[in-house]
Design a protein around this ligand. Structure first.
Ligand SMILES: [Zn+2]
Length: 339
């Protein structure tokens, strides 16, 4: 997976400047220079540690050089090939292990998981990138990817909802958009979709409408059985989830459509300006295109340009920045091509 290259930080540039100046006076006070370098290294470790703890969720569009080495967060899956190598200043880079992300044993993590919001948990781990790395690396067994109440829940053909007839605590209708059928989402996802639709229009992509969102176990039963009746079970399984296995049941997934003079069928969304804009920009609002073209062997579904899954802005930025294409890869889970 592509990771951002190690940025040349302002701290590194300052350190390099200090090094050049000190060599001009090397006959005078070599011992003092060595002492200063030692202080600089210690200060650098402390500074880097502080950045690690504060760089939880840089705002969309912020530069990697502003938040320092985001790739210094532990990446147990080996994705960060450049992590750990410091800039070529002649001064050793701080050891990455000294700023390791929090683990399940950290009291802040325990407290956040027992009573905090999803954002609290991400922050306790040291940010969404550290959270993902810990989960994918298998070092965060306290994070349950089957917890349907959490924004990071993963539902696929190997991972049914728990319980299988789960119902979200609250779903609301997104405001200010055309709709072709019906749709309610968990409140954060609902607000995010409203913002996404407004931004798409403001940025010239056109109008986006809502086709479907939360579907209960019973509604999904009728939806799936309708597909089976019209095309047979094998083809139905490529296009519709069996009841208890649908992301729509979480209240975090929505099907959207392009609306011009009228709203088109969702199946045409991928070929529209709206579809192109959503593919490039959904992450800014906390959504991912869950079933991308070419990933059926992992997701078990054909390309669905119209099906968005809300994972929250912090995780969606990490997903985007890391070049991920499936939630299964994002969290280090097995492929789920079949039940
Ligand atoms: Zn869908």
């Amino acid at each position: 997976m592509p990771q951002p290259e190690q940025p040349t930080t302002r701290r590194a540039a300052r350190a390099a400047g200090r090094g050049r100046r000190s060599t001009r006076r090397r006959g005078v006070a070599l011992g003092a220079v060595v002492a200063l370098l030692a202080i600089a290294i210690v200060a650098g470790v402390a500074f880097s540690g502080a950045l690690q703890r504060s760089a939880a969720a840089p705002a969309p569009g912020s530069s990697a050089t502003d938040v320092a080495p985001t790739d210094a967060v532990a990446l147990p899956d080996g994705a960060g090939a450049g992590a750990g190598s410091g800039p070529a200043t002649g001064i050793p880079a701080p050891a990455q292990t000294s700023v390791a992300a929090a683990t399940c044993g950290d009291p802040a993590v325990t407290a956040a998981l027992s009573g905090g919001s999803d954002a609290d948990v991400l922050a306790a781990f040291g940010g969404a990138a550290a959270f993902r790395a810990a989960v994918a690396g298998g070092t965060a067994p306290c994070v349950d990817l089957s917890d349907s109440r959490r924004v990071w829940v993963v539902v696929d053909k190997k991972r049914p909802l728990v319980p299988v007839d789960f119902e979200p605590a609250e779903v609301t209708a997104p405001a200010n958009m055309p709709r072709t059928v019906d749709g309610r989402l968990q409140p954060a996802a609902s607000d995010a979709l409203t913002a996404l639709v407004a931004a798409a229009a403001a940025e010239g992509a056109g109008s986006i409408g809502l086709n479907s969102a939360y579907r209960s176990y019973d509604v999904q039963t009728r939806t799936y059985n309708g597909y089976v009746g019209s095309m047979g079970r094998e083809q139905a399984d490529l296009q519709s989830a069996r009841p208890g296995f649908s992301e729509h049941q979480t209240g975090l997934a929505t099907d959207i459509t392009a609306c011009n003079s009228g709203c088109a069928a969702i199946e045409s969304f991928g070929g529209t300006p709206q579809g192109a804009w959503v593919a490039a920009n959904a992450w800014r609002f906390g959504f991912i295109v869950r079933y991308e073209d070419g990933y059926t062997p992992i997701t078990g579904y054909e390309w669905e340009a119209w099906h968005l899954r809300y994972i929250g802005p912090e995780l969606a930025q990490v997903y985007h920045d890391g070049g991920f294409h499936t939630l299964e890869d994002f969290f280090g889970l097995p492929a789920a091509p079949t039940y």
